[in-house]
Design a protein around this ligand. Sequence first.
Ligand SMILES: N[C@@H](CCC(=O)N[C@@H](CS)C(=O)NCC(=O)O)C(=O)O
Length: 248
Amino acid sequence: MKTNNEKKFNYQTIVIKNSQNLNVESVDASSLILYSNPHSRGNTVQWMLNECAVDYTIQLIQFNNETKSDFFHSINPLGKVPALVHRGKIVTETVAICSYLAEYFPTKMLKPESNSPYLTDYYRWLFFTAGTLDSAIIAKLTNTLPSGLVAGMSSIGHFEDIQTVIKTALKSAKPYLCGDQFTGADVVFASYLLFATNVTHAIESSSLIDNYLHPIIQRPAYLQMMSFVNLHRSEFTPYAQSPSLQCE
Ligand SMILES: N[C@@H](CCC(=O)N[C@@H](CS)C(=O)NCC(=O)O)C(=O)O
């Protein structure tokens, strides 16, 4: 049931029934709602929801008139997607949402056990992606990379060092960031690498990056998200027309 404020929306409500697959966690799709746009970081969260193999509802909303509406500001005062509403509680920030889902659905093993040595890598690469890599890619694309003293103060530092850190992460990936366990850290790190290399070319591709991404982009949960996004992309105006200013 939509509230009065919600009724002003033309957004598309789509229920994803992962329960058609086997071994699905039993979740009422109406209690797990992702607000997204197919040209956004919401695609990463959708991929993660598919990895969790749960039923959920996706509300596709347009940038500006819908993301900046009073209703959506009541969900995320930044007026940004993605946002997840689960059992009436709100989680925003792509990496926070993916981490929350990994923790909420433990049987999907998308987070290392609490006594696993890989918990170090898990948190390291999750937070590197959220706080450092995200900012670095956007700064590179908008020619606003910090230099001098500002580089020392900003979480980005120097862009060349960011590239070295990515190589460090990938050289120790066996084949995933947490050894042979595919986790939410791979969902977010791989999403940002795909965005930085294939979509915007902020970072040059390499065999190291390609070898890491190759098995990941063949995962059914990723392919399911991509076919959904390809189906709906043309119905939504991208945030910016410039190919270098996309944010998906
Ligand atoms: N730090 C946020 C960033 C979210 C974000 O910037 N979303 C973009 C789309 S990818 C957005 O909604 N932009 C529209 C706007 O700010 O008006 C996250 O990681 O989720």
